[in-house]
Design a protein around this ligand. Structure first.
Ligand SMILES: *Cc1c(COP(=O)(O)O)cnc(C)c1O
Ligand code: SF4
Length: 335
């Protein structure tokens, strides 16, 4: 492979970049030339700050309303107690022990890592009790797979599964590949966007499999998140056989505009990624300030849908516990 020529960073750079990430609100403020009076809302939080420098570099200095800043800067509004919000709205807590979640037929989600390369303030798993069962491991996944022959897809989620070493990933892929009824491994990751230096030749080698389809679902919410290095990372992925999709969360103040979402879709398309899901916010404690009324979400979505080709309109969905799939928030009822 000639991939090493495509990405201008070396194999281990990402670990050093992670280590140097911003971990508190004051550093965030200083590095971005924000005056305290501009950011009186900036607060300390029990969900700590974590922003890698490549992401920070895409935030406009001096702009307290920057759509990327709002995704990572803890706000006093996180302390609000709001009716209808809870720490586990999706009912995932009981799965913490096994790290295996099966809600939908044929697909099994495995919490492969317990941390992320960024802390998104709106995270639906910000209260997930990762540490309770640090010792649970791949055995529970393999046991679940051997018990249920109808499972055709394993979704590696987290946390971010690309926090695992290349060596651990390679082992995991080959263990899953050895299960004959599994056809696809899907990887949900925010790395390609927030810390594209994670995408290296060694990683691509680790994820390569003779038999399985590999799907990588990245997570970008705003076109400003996609810079040159993200494009290089995506191009590197594309030089292998992976299918690339994007999921976003609709967030007040960040991307609650058809124009912004349209730019996001086109930019994703230009680098080779198709929009997959646009999620309505899950009602997790501490995130209510990002929520939009459903009618407004629908109106933004309709405008988006009418201005892009069908393949650039993501599916607007909401997660309702107990359902067999994500629930489409329907854009058009027949009248
Ligand atoms: C979203 C999700 C999936 C994947 O659903 P798709 O509609 O296939 O993308 C699988 N398992 C869980 C637990 C999920 O939350
Ligand atoms: S990367 Fe995903 S799981 Fe991690 S903090 Fe962000 S939204 Fe949550």
């Amino acid at each position: 492979m000639i991939l090493s020529e495509r990405v201008p960073w070396d194999e281990n750079e990402w670990k050093e970049i992670l280590r140097r990430s911003v971990r508190d609100a004051d550093t965030l403020r200083t590095k971005l030339d924000l005056r305290p009076e501009q950011t009186a809302w900036l607060d300390h939080s029990n969900f700590s700050v974590f922003v890698p420098l490549p992401y920070l570099s895409r935030i406009e200095p001096g702009n307290p309303a920057d759509p990327l800043l709002l995704q990572v800067a803890p706000s006093v509004l996180e302390q609000q107690e709001v009716d209808g919000y809870s720490t586990d709205p999706l009912g995932e807590r009981n799965s913490a022990a096994s790290r295996v979640l099966q809600k939908y037929s044929g697909r099994l989600l495995y919490i492969a890592a317990s941390a992320c390369p960024i802390h998104c303030r709106y995270c639906f798993r910000r209260h997930f009790p990762y540490d309770d069962h640090e010792s649970a491991s791949v055995e529970s996944l393999l046991a679940a797979l051997s018990k249920d022959k109808s499972i055709f897809e394993v979704i590696l989620s987290g946390g971010d599964p690309l926090l695992l070493s290349d060596c651990s990933l390679k082992k995991l892929v080959s263990e899953i590949s050895a299960v004959p009824h599994v056809r696809t491994i899907r990887i949900h990751t925010r790395f390609a966007v927030v810390l594209p230096q994670r995408v290296t030749t060694q990683l691509l080698e680790a994820l390569r499999d003779e038999r399985l389809n590999i799907v990588v679902v990245i997570h970008a919410n705003h076109p400003n998140e996609l810079d040159m290095n993200v494009e290089l990372a995506i191009k590197a992925f594309k030089s292998t056989d992976v299918t690339l999709l994007n999921q976003s969360v609709l967030l007040k103040g960040v991307n609650d505009s058809a124009t912004v979402l349209k730019q996001l879709s086109w930019k994703l398309f230009r680098i080779g990624v198709l929009p997959y899901y646009l999620h309505l916010l899950d009602k997790v404690t501490g995130t209510s300030h990002f929520d939009l009324p459903e009618e407004q979400a629908l109106s933004i979505f309709r405008t988006l849908q009418s201005s892009v080709p069908g393949y650039l309109a993501p599916r607007l969905v909401r997660e309702i516990p107990g359902r067999g799939s994500k629930t489409l928030v329907n854009a058009g009822t027949v009248s």
